[in-house]
Each structure stands twice: as structure tokens, then as C-alpha cells.
Design a protein around this ligand. Structure first.
Ligand SMILES: [Mg+2]
Length: 301
């Protein structure tokens, strides 16, 4: 039999997997896999186990939130053997699952994890660390992960933006020098995102869908300039919602590699987790570094 390593975070998304575990494993078995099921025991456990054990398996499937997926990608990046990765989302935000149209229904997602299409995706590097879909700093990045999940669930993203508006009084400007593709960008910014995803912090309008590819060796960069007034800031939020990234307020470009220098250290988030504080950041991309197994939808032409 083919061998499948199933690594799951039993606590993700209100422990929803407990109702589906038996059916998920049966789904894998019906497809001819002998399944090893491993519930993660602590943060970075998915990373450790996948790094160590993935080469012994034909397929790795993970279940959890974006953090678990990110750990899995990091773990596979450490393996010499290329093992495909399936994903059953169980977290709260699930940016990556949204981006590749993996269904919320866990059984449906399990079927795609074993039956779907293998698709190579790019993996980012951030000062030598791997990341999967977004590196970010600044005002809203904290808000995204500080807004309580129950508020997000009830009020959707309106609540998210209300939190943003509340934070207008404590907007911090980051003076940055950015080098990319032989160009130099200098200025004061309130937020920066270097992403490879259609959904960030649950928001789907931040990048234009038609422009995003997961295998093009490029990241989408969005930097928001420091607004001059609270009213301008509110206008910016409106533009963010509608995806209208006016160059008067935003700097946007695609790149495979960039260097960001700041006078003081900046707190970053990588795939929604704390990513450390740095005054110099080197960001690069490993093209088509990981094979994920997803519903057949990307690049339909
Ligand atoms: Mg890309």
C-alpha cells in the first residue's frame, strides 16, 4: 500500500476535526493509502515531524489553520525528497485554502487531498527562513491577528476595518529603503505585505486575482504610504476594501527578491505568526519548491 502521513492540529477551529477524523482516515484508506495519523502536541511539532518523517511517505496531508500549513511547508523544504502535500483547512482564517479553492467541508477537502491535482507552488525566504504566503509589517498586521475570532465571525470584515479605524490614532510610520530589480523606493509607510496569496487576513480584495500566480517565481508587494490625516486614512481603508490601489497612496510591484532597510527594527509577521524584529530584511523566492495537492482550478487555460 501507498503510505500517507496525516498530521493534524486537533485544537484548530474549535476542534472541529474530532467529528470528522474517522471519515477522513477512511477517505484516505479508500484511495489505497495506509495512514499514519499524528495529532500535533505543541507549536512547530508539525514542522519537526514532517521534516523528520515525510521522506518515508508517498503523501503528507495536514489539517489545521494557516500556521499548521506553514509549518508543513517549512518542514518539507528541509527534506531532500520531494513529497506532495495535501491540506484540510480547520483554522479560523485559512488564507491559503481560500486562495487555492480548497473547500471548507473537511471530507470534501480530504478527497481533494488524495485525488486532486499536484501543483507546484513557490515558497518565500525571509532572512533565510521559509514562509508560505505572506510576510507583513505595520498597522493592520497586528489588528488582523488581534481581532477576536468571534467578532470576525459575527461581523465579518466590517469589524476588522472598524478595528483598523480605531487604530488610526496610533499609526506608526516606518521609514524604509527598498531595493528591488535595480530600483530604489524610499518613503514612510504604515504597512507592507509581500504575499503569494489571494486572501490575506481573510480579505480577498487586496490583490487582483487575475494577476496572482503561485508558481511564477514572483511575490506581490503592497506598501501603504503614511496618510496625512485620519480622513485620508479612512479613504485608504475604503480603497483597500475595493482593491483600488491608487499610486498616490500605495506602492505596488512584483518581484522575486528585495531588500528592506529601516532605521529601527521592525516587527514582522510570517504567515500570521510572529516573525521577529529586523532592521534589514532580505526576501527571496524558491520557485515551484513544493507540490501541493489541490482541486483542479488554478490556471484553467
Ligand atoms: Mg506568485
Amino acid at each position: 500500500m501507498k503510505k500517507l502521513l496525516f498530521v493534524y492540529n486537533a485544537r484548530a477551529g474549535k476542534s472541529q476535526i474530532s467529528s470528522y477524523l474517522s471519515e477522513i482516515i477512511n477517505t484516505f484508506t479508500e484511495e489505497g493509502y495506509l495512514v499514519t495519523a499524528y495529532p500535533t502536541q505543541y507549536r512547530m511539532d508539525a514542522f519537526e515531524k514532517i521534516k523528520e518523517m515525510a521522506p518515508l511517505y508517498d503523501l503528507v496531508v495536514v489539517s489545521g489553520g494557516d500556521g499548521t500549513l506553514s509549518e508543513a511547508v517549512k518542514g518539507l523544504m528541509q527534506c531532500d525528497v520531494r513529497v506532495p502535500l495535501g491540506y484540510i483547512p480547520a483554522g479560523s482564517t485559512n488564507d491559503f485554502a481560500r486562495s487555492v479553492a480548497i473547500p471548507k467541508n473537511m471530507i470534501e477537502a480530504a478527497k481533494y487531498a488524495v485525488n486532486g491535482q499536484r501543483f507546484p507552488i513557490d515558497v518565500g525566504s525571509f532572512n533565510g527562513e521559509y514562509y508560505c504566503y505572506v510576510a507583513a509589517f505595520g498597522a493592520f498586521t497586528d489588528v488582523s491577528y488581534e481581532t477576536p475570532q468571534n467578532i470576525k465571525n459575527i461581523f465579518g470584515h466590517v469589524a476588522y476595518f472598524l478595528q483598523c479605524v480605531k487604530s488610526v490614532g496610533k499609526l506608526e510610520a516606518y521609514s524604509l529603503t527598498i531595493e528591488h530589480d535595480g530600483e530604489l523606493v524610499e518613503g514612510d509607510f504604515v504597512l507592507g505585505m509581500i504575499s503569494n496569496a489571494l486572501s490575506i487576513g481573510g480579505m480577498t480584495q487586496l490583490v487582483s486575482k487575475k494577476d496572482v500566480a503561485f508558481d511564477d517565481g514572483l511575490f506581490e508587494v503592497v506598501l501603504i504610504k503614511m496618510p496625512n490625516s485620519p480622513s485620508e486614512f479612512q479613504g485608504l481603508l475604503g480603497r483597500l476594501i475595493t482593491g483600488d490601489l491608487d499610486p498616490r497612496y500605495f506602492v505596488t510591484f512584483k518581484t522575486a527578491s528585495m531588500r528592506i532597510t529601516s532605521e529601527s527594527e521592525i516587527k514582522w509577521t510570517l504567515d500570521g505568526e510572529a516573525g521577529g524584529e529586523y532592521s534589514v530584511v532580505e526576501i527571496g523566492i524558491h520557485k515551484k519548491a513544493i507540490d501541493i495537492v489541490i482541486p483542479p482550478m488554478l490556471n484553467p487555460d
